[in-house]
Write a protein that binds this ligand. Structure first.
Ligand SMILES: Cc1ncc(COP(=O)(O)O)c(C=O)c1O
Length: 376
């Protein structure tokens, strides 16, 4: 089990975000810290849709619709085989996490969350006063969160189970039979399943039916930031067949920003109308980065190893005994100007590094990482 260090302490904020937007990151020349595919430029959006310029010029600057425009919700809903009224557009997937947690969790709610994992999925629940139980994803179990542990916790009463698929940082993806068992267990207890599926679609040839399509008490969180490669748009969503949950989210969003930018919506519509093409293209980029990583690991077996990720664009690399990941990451950025993410930022001790392989600069950044290892 990893050491549990996540906290609800507001003075700390989300540590991973602080790290990635703080002075350490700003001092780096190269990075393997990214968790998204090489981003799209507007000129590529124009290639996909030659009318986008006209569409943006004609976009009305009235307040946009509170749940997001109907036409974009239709495009999102089609991906889940549900109705547009069963989706809400949010400011990135983070907007969906914040809105959903505020809507369905309260102080004392019991929530099972994967560890290691994306910090806001756990820390937001802690911040709301929930009782958060670590759902251990261990390398000796191929990062698979244990169904026995799930069952035990469901029996003693859980308000929500949170799963991230494909999983950041490990790239784990569940098999069909795992998904069926997971849903069956949650269904037996009538438990809400929150599925963060922001990396879904990478790779595009790995079919996966979203949890909200399969289970009435599931909510899928997604968006355009990771697999689609447009984090700057800040377009995310949540989708659920469960009317009660969607209504609660809609209400909770009236307390904050219930809108997303109409300009972002226009671009997002183009991307979703060309989703297969975009994800296919991005999957080729992923494959290139993945092959570079495989080669790097083969050449550096004495320094690090990985369980090859099945989805997403990050891997969680085990460092050789005696290397402390926070110290190593500090040395890499201070002496080699290379940004890495140590496992402590995922509540996962000091033996791993999360390395991203989605960006076009992966090859150059790996050459720099080679320099760090060679200088040891
Ligand atoms: C699992 C997971 N969910 C959500 C997000 C946030 O996505 P967005 O940039 O769309 O808010 C991230 C970003 O790293 C993530 O890794």
């Amino acid at each position: 089990m990893f050491q549990n260090t996540s906290s609800a302490d507001k003075s700390q904020g989300f540590r991973l975000k602080n790290y990635l937007s703080g002075p350490i990151a700003a001092s780096a020349e190269l990075s393997l810290a990214g968790s998204y595919i090489e981003p799209f430029s507007m000129s590529r959006v124009l290639e996909l849709n030659p009318n986008i310029r006209e569409e943006l010029l004609n976009t009305s600057m009235h307040y946009p619709g509170a749940d997001g425009s109907l036409v974009l919700r239709e495009a999102v809903a089609a991906r889940f085989n549900i109705q547009p009224s069963q989706t809400i557009l949010t400011e990135g997937a983070d907007g969906a996490i914040q809105s959903l947690y505020r809507a369905v969790l309260e102080p004392g709610s019991k929530v099972l969350v994967q560890v290691p994992g994306y910090e806001p999925l756990k820390a937001t629940a802690l911040g709301l006063g929930c009782e958060v139980i670590d759902w251990d994803c261990l390398p000796e179990n191929n990062w698979i969160p244990s169904l026995e542990q799930l069952e035990d916790n469901l029996k003693s009463g859980l308000d929500a189970v949170v799963i991230n698929v494909p999983h950041n940082p490990t790239g784990w993806m569940p098999s069909e039979s795992y998904c069926e068992q997971l849903i069956q267990l949650c269904d037996q207890h009538g438990t809400l399943l929150i599925a963060d599926e922001i990396y879904l679609g990478l790779p595009s040839d790995r079919p996966f039916t979203p949890f909200s399509t399969r289970y009435e008490k599931a909510v899928s969180i997604g968006g355009l930031s990771k697999a689609f490669g447009l984090p700057a748009l800040r377009v995310g969503w949540l989708a659920s067949q469960n009317k009660e949950v969607i209504d609660k989210v809609r209400l909770s969003r009236t307390y904050g920003n219930a809108f997303i930018s109409a300009l972002s919506e226009a671009v997002a519509l183009t991307i979703l109308r060309h989703a297969d093409h975009v994800l296919g293209f991005n999957s080729e980029q992923r494959q290139q980065g993945f092959a570079l990583m495989q080669q790097f690991v083969a050449n550096n077996a004495k320094h690090l190893s990985w369980l090859e990720p099945e989805g997403g664009v990050t891997g969680f690399f085990k460092l050789a005994d005696g290397i402390n990941s926070s110290n190593f990451a500090r040395h890499a950025v201070e002496s080699f100007k290379l940004l890495l993410v140590p496992s402590a930022l995922f509540d996962a001790g000091e033996n791993h590094l999360r390395l991203g392989f989605g960006l076009a600069s992966t090859e150059t950044a790996l050459e720099r990482l080679q320099d760090v290892f060679d200088a040891q």
